[in-house]
Design a protein around this ligand. Structure first.
Ligand code: F6P
Length: 368
């Protein structure tokens, strides 16, 4: 028996995606493993996520060239070293109620004779995989999002690299902040989850970390900075998550556009915080929005390893006919959980009681 696996990446890109594609391909096509399996595989990459599977015209060779990539061991050999996704990505939702293209998607899956889809993505991309699974189409998932907020897994691809970017940039900022005795407010991504800000801020020794899970009081924030002034410290780093909000206020949004999955872009809080600090304390303050730099660059060692493990696990799931599941990390071990749990449990946000100090506005100083 031979099965055709289609791999796609959806949602925001991040380092680790190419590694996951590589290891799905290598594991599926591994000649030693193939000899022991009752099934052989073909692997094809779909360009641009769900958009590719919706837009492709399987009867048109030009369209097939545009949206399909044959994947073999030679093609993917070096992919794990590179960030982004060589298969492209999109935020297309074929089940968008305002423009439902799911019928075409299903027809295309049939016409392309795809037997199983490996969807590498976050909540939205995997939500589509789950809906297809419920309709009888075989799907498995691999978790990715720099926000690390997917339910059912302790790790999502891209998070470690993004935290490293935050740390490196803050290390750089410290020299100029120190020379000028300035406060720097650094805005991270993360949407409604504070993991990036919290981990990035903790590992770079930020003085203040503001997360979406705990609305902050601007007066209290300023008094923390003022208390510090008498000490021999010439500057402070304040890390703020894009989804953080002052008590009684809403999240800051960049524009009014809503994407296919109903999300609005967050951002702009760093400027507000910097302006308020300067106005209320008189301390010279600058801000920096790290933005998409956090999703750029080459994957860290951890992201390469996790991409490899999740990619291998995805093929194991296919071999074991464990469809409708996502590779996941639970208590430090690779396993898999139903896609249903990923999409219905809600996002995994920071547990303030466990991880956050609501007085210091920083990570907790008691762990056990
Ligand atoms: O979900 C990943 C993420 O990077 C968020 O942290 C951020 O809010 C969003 O994507 C940005 O999306 P876009 O690339 O569409 O601007």
């Amino acid at each position: 028996m031979s099965l055709k696996i289609a791999v796609l990446t959806g949602g925001g890109d991040c380092p680790g995606l190419n590694g996951a594609i590589k290891w799905v391909t290598k594991t599926a096509l591994d000649p030693r493993l193939a000899a022991r399996r009752a099934v052989a595989f073909d692997v094809v990459g779909i360009m641009d996520g769900w958009k590719g599977l919706v837009e492709i015209d399987p009867d048109n060779p030009t369209s097939r060239d545009r949206y399909l990539r044959k994947l073999d061991e030679e093609t993917v050999r070096t992919w794990d070293r590179y960030g982004g996704t060589n298969l492209g990505t999109s935020r297309t939702n074929p089940f968008n109620p305002k423009n439902d293209r799911s019928e075409r998607l299903i027809q295309n899956i049939e016409k392309l004779q795809v037997d199983v889809i490996v969807a590498i993505g976050g909540e939205d991309t995997l939500g589509v995989a789950y809906r297809l699974h419920k309709m009888g189409i075989k799907t498995v998932g691999i978790p990715k999002t720099i926000d690390n907020d997917l339910a059912g897994t302790e790790y999502s691809l891209g998070f470690d690299t993004a935290v490293n970017v935050i740390m490196e940039e803050i290390d750089r900022l410290r020299t100029t902040a120190g020379s000028h005795s300035r406060i720097f407010v650094v805005e991270t991504m993360g949407r409604h989850a504070g993991w990036l800000a919290l981990n990035g801020g903790e590992c770079s020794g930020a003085f203040i970390i503001l997360i979406p899970e705990h609305p902050f009081d601007i007066e209290h924030l300023c008094s923390l900075l003022q208390e510090r002034e008498g000490r021999e410290i010439r500057y402070s780093i304040v890390v703020v998550s894009e989804g953080a909000k002052p008590s009684g206020m809403k999240e800051f949004t960049k524009d009014v556009k809503i994407d296919d999955f109903g999300h609005q872009s967050l951002g702009g809080i760093a400027r507000y915080v910097a302006d308020e600090i300067e106005k209320r304390t008189g301390f010279e303050t600058r801000y920096l929005i790290l933005s998409h730099l956090q999703r750029g660059g080459t994957p860290s060692a951890h992201d390469r390893l996790m991409a490899r493990r999740f990619g291998i696990a995805a093929v194991d799931m296919i071999v074991n006919e464990d469809f409708g599941r996502m590779a996941s990390l639970v208590r430090g071990e690779i396993t898999s959980i139903p896609l249903k749990e990923v999409v219905t449990r809600g996002l995994k946000v920071v547990d303030v009681d466990k991880c956050y100090d609501t007085e210091r506005y920083n990570g907790r100083r008691s762990i056990l």
